[in-house]
Design a protein around this ligand. Sequence first.
Ligand SMILES: NC(=O)c1ccc[n+]([C@@H]2O[C@H](COP(=O)([O-])OP(=O)(O)OC[C@H]3O[C@@H](n4cnc5c(N)ncnc54)[C@H](O)[C@@H]3O)[C@@H](O)[C@H]2O)c1
Ligand SMILES: [Zn+2]
Ligand SMILES: [Zn+2]
Length: 367
Amino acid sequence: MEIRAAVLEEFGKPLVVQAVQLAEPGPQEVLVRLVHCGVCHTDMYTASGADPSGYAPAVLGHEGAGVVERVGADVTLVKPGDHVVTLFSPQCGECVHCRSPKTNLCMAIREQQNQGYLPDGTTRLHRGDEPLRHFMGTSTFAEYTVMPQIALAKIDPEAPLAGAALFACGLSTGLGAALRTAKVEEGSTAVVFGAGMVGLGAVAGARLAGAERIVCVDLSEERLALARGQGATDTLVGGPDAVQAILDMTGGFGADYTFEATGNVNVMRQAVEAARMGWGLCTITGVAGKGELLEVIPRYLIQGRRIAGSSFGGLKGRDDVPALVDRWMAGELDVEPFISHRISLDEVNRGFDLMHAQDGIRSVIDF
Ligand SMILES: NC(=O)c1ccc[n+]([C@@H]2O[C@H](COP(=O)([O-])OP(=O)(O)OC[C@H]3O[C@@H](n4cnc5c(N)ncnc54)[C@H](O)[C@@H]3O)[C@@H](O)[C@H]2O)c1
Ligand SMILES: [Zn+2]
Ligand SMILES: [Zn+2]
């Protein structure tokens, strides 16, 4: 079928919205009609050419929510009409990592997905004879996409799909970092560095976990106000004195849990140093620039501080994303404030411009 999609033709150039061909789903694959898609930093990072593992031409986009249109012959996990969130982090349920409760890094389709191919090593996207690759295995800057069934989370059909799209990446990453990776305990103190989509999700996750004190650190007063709306009890303007300010707020000890959601290695170091001696756990979610290193004084670790990294919040997507959407539907999460701009697919490059200018938390494409 012919669909409209935003194609990364050349690194560092605007995406080109155009007609492309999408083939029918294979036996284990699903055709999804996208209804909404968020515009995320990872899309912009890849489009810029800064990502060394990027590839082109490819259809970008990975924060998708939509409706199952058709399924391949062997699909059992979803059926036409189901509402789904796309997962760049799939869950096969069978591989060594899926069987362990310790990680969400499913191994089933990793190698092909990292190169922009579906699991059989080919693409369903074409332009004439030329294959177009499936960015992150999702390619959701498009009216329709074909994805493996293990990479779709089936959600409550009552959930508005614009908000649901945010659970495909940033929001779930922050929520999961607090709830899954760090497993924040009731009554504890948490500090979140960064109040973008991921950091605000971590603030909300810490609140859901029952943290008593939640400090959010950011450079923008506007974003700190959003953090208070998500449950931050204290806010702090970031900078070189942030660690000392947090020590002063916590009787000189530091926080039980710290979260880094900026992508800045200096802030990562602050997040380590602001964690409490004895048991403080620092969870890193930010993606650092190519070749950048995190500096940690080993004594900080000997004194009992720990560091964890978190990809997609440690969430097992097919199980955990629908459960988070249910908590939203139950009124435990307030997602609306994150949607700052509604744009059309043709305006996708404007979505990048808005993100670059830090104008709003998320632009969401309406298909
Ligand atoms: N681990 C994952 O699976 C995953 C998933 C999605 C995004 N990410 C990464 O998470 C990071 C955050 O993503 P986002 O969408 O929330 O980004 P964002 O740019 O919207 O938010 C980052 C925030 O950090 C703040 N900040 C910058 N310097 C600071 C400082 N010195 N002190 C305190 N705050 C500071 C900015 O003001 C901004 O509000 C990015 O690096 C992104 O690539 C990781
Ligand atoms: Zn993302
Ligand atoms: Zn798996």
